[in-house]
Design a protein around this ligand. Structure first.
Ligand SMILES: [Zn+2]
Length: 147
């Protein structure tokens, strides 16, 4: 497994391999490449299509189907969070600690805001035999004064 993208960052590479292993994922070449692109650029939200474009921008070849599968595996392993954006757009969030999102009116982009300070005065009764696992809050915005 020798790839320029990873050889130039041997430390980051081994860190990513450890992170995948700790999450119960075998560090395959494609997973390591995608993890490197995903997590090497700070906290961000991106779609499968955006990640696929970045793969191609790095002169790498991974199919969109594999990108989708890998993103879903990362979500299941707790490395990513899946966020529903505008319409049917699904975003993947590299920040997994508690926070909520605004959806911007211009481009449907997501902006983080802290979960603390948000108060739920009243929650509906839960179906019998369940408890709350986590709460997602996504606030969709529109330009001021627009109907
Ligand atoms: Zn976020």
């Amino acid at each position: 497994m020798t790839h320029g993208l990873m050889c130039s960052q041997p430390f980051v590479y081994s860190e990513l391999v450890q992170r995948l292993k700790k999450s119960g994922l075998r560090p395959t070449r494609q997973r390591v490449i995608l993890a490197n692109i995903l997590f090497g650029r700070g906290a961000r939200h991106l779609t499968a299509e955006q990640l696929h474009r970045e793969v191609r921008d790095n002169a790498l070849r991974i199919s969109l189907a594999t990108v989708y599968n890998t993103l879903n595996q990362f979500v299941d392993a707790g490395l990513l969070r899946e966020i529903q954006g505008q319409g049917q757009q699904t975003y993947f969030d590299t920040r997994t600690e508690d926070h909520f999102h605004f959806v911007l009116p211009q481009n449907g982009g997501l902006v983080d805001f802290p979960a603390h300070g948000v108060d739920f005065a009243k929650l509906p009764a839960l179906p019998p035999g369940t408890e709350i696992d986590r709460v997602e809050v996504t606030i969709h915005l529109k330009p001021l004064g627009k109907a």
